[in-house]
Design a protein around this ligand. Structure first.
Ligand SMILES: *Cc1c(COP(=O)(O)O)cnc(C)c1O
Length: 228
């Protein structure tokens, strides 16, 4: 799958190194590293940055804005049709049609209105997406995500009323708190709901997230460098 290592770009080399660290963290936790997916978050980065990572064989990518993804990814996908694109940022209901058409996964379902819009669009377009409910585990007023005490009810609403298959939960821990506490909490919530997937862990805390059961890591700057 990978091209010649000697021709590797810095980003592809950093990704390979991250993969090694994930394998070590998984081994330490007694987990299969193949169960841990890296979503390479490409927001603010352009084709020149992304193409070498595609050429190195990576296929899971993430964006946090629908409009930016729409401007960037159709051309890249024409060259690499097996790309799986993840929306990791918030979704507004008026962008749902575009989002469902473009993305293979949405990590940010956090209220009934968005869940309903996604249910309607996936049915209308005949699409099946990997869906996550985002939980605001730190209960930060400025942050997206359903409040922890309302998470069960939202997942139940998706499953029972909307017939929307939820694959897992997602969180972004507060900046100045120990992420392990939030990862452990999200894992516990997912267990209670019988959800298999956990979208958690970013550039600074992905090894910890693996320890607590992450199946999708969302990693940007550790692969592509600082964002402008
Ligand atoms: C940008 C972003 C990431 C990646 O952040 P890094 O710290 O650069 O790894 C992960 N998740 C979401 C929701 C993001 O917006």
């Amino acid at each position: 799958m990978e091209d010649d290592k000697s021709a590797q770009s810095p980003a592809a080399a950093r990704l390979a190194e991250i993969r090694t660290r994930i394998a070590a963290a998984a081994a330490e936790a007694g987990r299969d590293p193949a169960a841990v997916h890296i979503v390479a978050v490409t927001k603010t980065f352009g084709e020149a940055d992304i193409l070498p990572v595609l050429a190195a064989g990576h296929r899971h990518f993430g964006e946090n804005r629908v409009q930016e993804a729409k401007a960037k990814w159709p051309a890249l996908r024409a060259q690499y049709p097996a790309v799986e694109l993840h929306l990791v940022g918030p979704l507004q209901s008026n962008k749902t049609r575009d989002a469902v058409a473009l993305f293979d996964a949405i990590h940010s379902i956090d209220r009934p209105k968005i869940a309903r819009a996604v249910a309607e669009e996936t049915a209308r377009q005949g699409r099946r997406l990997l869906l996550f409910v985002q939980v605001n585990t730190g209960e930060e007023p400025q942050k997206a995500g359903v409040a922890p005490r309302e998470a069960h009810a939202l997942v139940r609403h998706c499953r029972e009323e909307l017939k929307l298959d939820i694959a897992g939960l997602m969180c972004i821990p507060p900046l100045n708190e120990e992420p392990a506490v939030h990862f452990a909490f999200l894992a516990k919530l997912a267990r209670e709901m019988g959800l298999a997937h956990l979208s958690m862990g970013m550039s600074d805390d992905f090894a910890t997230a693996v320890q607590f059961g992450a199946t999708y890591l969302r990693i940007g700057s550790a692969i592509f460098g600082g964002r402008r």
